[in-house]
Design a protein around this ligand. Structure first.
Ligand code: PEP
Length: 253
């Protein structure tokens, strides 16, 4: 994976007031200021984005949103557009997180519209996919992922996918403390890369970053990152504390 630059991304979910988010970002900025070999991203709640951007703008930390709506503007009460996210200081956006799919009825089709909108606005889409426990037990993990990826990327041209990041997040491992073993992660990442090779060719599949997400912690990150096709992590719970998250970012140091 030498040609792929690792990305460690923190999803703060619905945690932290503006003040708490700024405080965590300031602490993280100090703790990772010397990190040069890894991309770092944090995704606070929408409400804290602008203030956190003021902290991260002169740092090596990129800012991400946790979602976006695909329309430019309009009567869509409660939604946030790609331009709004960009104007708040974001470079990246998490799309299709399993909690969005599970609690807010997001589908592969709406995920596709969100990815296309993100790309149009030069936002790096961090596209989440993953199977549920029941799907894994029924041995349909690969077909579930194939459908999520195929539909999620439908009608998006190869040249527009240059910055795409995929996050493999087995639903059964998110927030549960159950991490996929590094072998389980590698098996799925390799499958995803092979599907992308079939669809888009070897140059793309070798360059695209595939993150693992699901109870990543300082104690398991090095083992996961040692896998050939694991290019980083999307971290939930363990990203909320600056010191803990910095240990994940610094897995190699
Ligand atoms: C996530 O929210 O993307 C996630 C992986 O959460 P956790 O690390 O808490 O399992």
């Amino acid at each position: 994976m030498d040609q792929r630059r690792p990305l460690i991304a923190g999803n703060w979910k619905m945690y932290k007031t503006c003040g708490e988010a700024v405080e965590t970002a300031q602490a993280l900025k100090q703790l990772v200021s010397d990190v040069t070999a890894v991309d770092v991203m944090i995704a606070p709640a929408f409400t804290a984005l602008s203030q956190v951007a003021e902290v991260t703008s002169d740092s090596n930390i990129q800012l991400g949103a946790q979602n976006l709506f695909w329309q430019e503007e309009g009567a869509y009460t409660g939604e946030v557009s790609p331009s709004m996210i960009v104007s708040a200081g974001c470079q990246q956006v998490i799309i299709g997180h399993s909690e969005r799919r599970q609690y807010f009825n997001e589908t592969d089709q709406t995920v596709n519209q969100r990815i296309a909108a993100a790309i149009k606005h030069d936002l790096v889409p961090v596209f989440c996919v993953g199977e549920t426990e029941a799907e894994r037990e029924s041995n349909i993990t690969f077909s579930v992922l194939d459908k999520q990826i195929t539909t999620g990327l439908q009608d998006i041209a190869l040249e527009d996918l240059a910055t795409l990041v995929i996050a493999y997040e087995p639903v059964w491992a998110i927030g549960t403390g159950k991490t996929a073993t590094s072998e389980q992660a590698q098996e799925v990442h390799q499958f995803i890369r092979s599907q992308l090779k079939e669809a888009y060719g070897a140059d793309f599949s070798e360059a695209v970053r595939i993150l693992y997400g699901g109870s990543v912690k300082p104690a398991n990150i090095a083992e996961l990152m040692a896998m050939e096709d694991v290019d980083g992590a999307l971290v939930g719970g363990a990203s909320l504390d600056a010191e803990t998250f910095s240990q994940i970012v610094r897995y190699e140091i």
